[in-house]
Design a protein around this ligand. Structure first.
Ligand SMILES: [Fe+2]
Length: 348
C-alpha cells in the first residue's frame, strides 16, 4: 500500500481525537477499551472501527497509526505497552512481530472457523484479515485470458514487462513463493528470464505498471490486485482512472500448483495487552461478514471469508484459486528471495 505520511501518533476515539498521552496515562486499563496499533491507512481503518463501536456500543477504540517501526515501538514500550491489537500488512511483517516476542497466542472458535489453517498462525499468534493477490496487468486489447507467472520469463515478452523493484516486499514474497514451489535454481533461472524481459528498470510503484502500459512503455506487468479496483473506480478524468481504463487484469497462477500468489493483511494480540478480551472481540469482528464486505468493497481487498460480495471491478477478475503454499512457508524464503534479487541484479 502507498500510505500518506502520518506522524507516529494519532489517536481517534468514539468521541473525537484523543491525545496520545491519554492512552499512556492509564486509560488503557479501562474495562471497556481496546488499543489498536496499526500501520494501515486511516481511511480504511476508521470505517471498520466505527462499525465495531456501533456493534459493541460500550467498547471505546483508541487507534494509534504507526507508519514505520511498529515492532521497535512496541518492544520499546515493553510490559507497560498499552497496545492490545497489532495490525499490519505482509506476512513477513506479521512473522516479524511474532519472532520479536511481542504477540501472544489466542484461541478463538470464531477465528478458527472463519479462517482456514493457512491464513492464521497454528498457535494463534496472528490472523489474516484480508488478502491481496499479485496479478497480471495487460494492455487492454491483448488477447490474454490466462497466464502463468513463469510466462513472465518467456522471450516473447522481451522488452515488454514492467514491474516495481524486486526488493520491494510485494515482489520478494512472490519470488519467495517461486523458490518454495520450484527450488532456488529454477527460481534463479526464472528471475533472470524476467529481468531480461524488462521494458524499464524495476522501480516505482504498482500503479506505475498501469501508467506505463498506457504510455506504451510495456505491454504487461505484475502488480497488486486492489490497485485495479482503486484505479478503475477512480473519478473520471483523473490519472488513476485513465491508467485503470488502459489495462485489464488477470489472475496468474504458478505452473506447478495452479494457484495464484496471495499475501495477507493481518493482526495479532499484543503480548502485554491490557484489554485482551476486547482485542479478541475486535479481531472476531474484523473477520465478520460486515467487516469483510468493507475490506472488499471499500479497499478492494479479497475477503478471508467465503460468500462476501465484492466490488464489480474485482469480481470481474473471476474467482481466485489461492496458491496452496502456506504464507508462512513463503515468509521463510524471504531472505533467500532478497539475496536472489541482488544476485541476478534485478533492480540494477
Ligand atoms: Fe500497496
Amino acid at each position: 500500500m502507498k500510505f500518506s505520511r502520518i506522524p507516529v501518533v494519532h489517536c481517534f476515539a468514539r468521541s473525537g481525537i484523543w491525545a496520545a498521552a491519554a492512552v499512556f496515562a492509564g486509560a488503557a486499563m479501562a474495562a471497556d477499551e481496546v488499543n489498536l496499533y496499526t500501520t494501515r491507512e486511516p481511511a480504511l481503518i476508521q470505517p471498520l472501527i466505527d462499525a465495531f463501536i456501533k456493534q459493541e456500543g460500550d467498547i471505546k477504540v483508541n487507534t494509534v497509526f504507526v507508519k514505520d517501526g511498529l515492532l521497535e515501538r512496541v518492544k520499546a514500550e515493553g510490559a507497560r505497552s498499552p497496545a492490545d491489537v497489532l495490525m499490519t500488512v505482509d506476512i513477513g511483517n506479521l512473522v516479524d512481530l511474532v519472532d520479536g516476542g511481542i504477540t501472544q497466542p489466542i484461541q478463538s472458535a470464531t477465528l478458527e472457523s472463519v479462517l482456514p489453517a493457512n491464513l492464521r498462525d497454528a498457535q494463534g499468534h496472528w490472523f489474516a484479515l484480508s488478502l491481496r493477490d499479485r496479478v497480471l496487468y495487460t494492455e487492454k486489447d491483448l488477447p490474454i485470458t490466462s497466464f502463468t507467472y513463469e510466462e513472465l520469463a518467456d522471450p516473447k515478452w522481451k522488452g515488454k514487462v514492467c514491474i516495481r523493484a524486486g526488493q520491494h516486499p510485494y515482489n520478494t514474497a512472490l519470488i519467495a513463493a517461486k523458490i518454495a514451489n520450484d527450488g532456488a535454481a529454477e527460481a534463479e533461472r526464472w528471475l533472470r528470464g524476467v529481468k531480461a524481459n524488462l521494458a524499464r528498470k524495476a522501480a516505482g510503484g504498482d500503479r506505475d505498471v498501469a501508467r506505463d502500459i498506457l504510455g506504451g512503455i510495456c505491454d504487461i506487468g505484475i502488480a497488486n490486485s486492489y490497485y485495479v479496483g482503486q484505479m478503475k473506480n477512480a473519478a473520471a478524468g483523473t490519472d488513476n482512472r485513465k491508467w485503470g481504463d488502459g489495462i485489464k487484469a488477470i489472475r496468474p497462477t504458478f505452473a506447478k500448483t495452479g494457484g495464484t500468489h496471495v499475501n495477507v493483511s493481518g493482526a495479532a494480540v499484543a503480548k502485554h495487552a491490557p484489554n485482551r478480551n476486547n482485542a479478541v472481540k475486535l479481531l472476531e469482528f474484523l473477520v465478520s461478514e460486515p467487516a469483510q464486505a468493507m475490506y472488499a468493497r471499500s479497499n478492494y481487498e479479497y475477503p478471508v471469508r467465503a460468500n462476501v460480495q465484492q466490488d464489480p471491478v474485482m469480481s470481474a477478475m473471476g474467482p481466485m484459486k489461492i496458491d496452496s503454499l502456506s504464507v508462512v512457508e513463503i515468509a521463510k524464503h524471504r531472505k533467500q528471495a532478497s539475496q536472489l534479487v541482488d544476485k541476478v541484479g534485478f533492480d540494477n
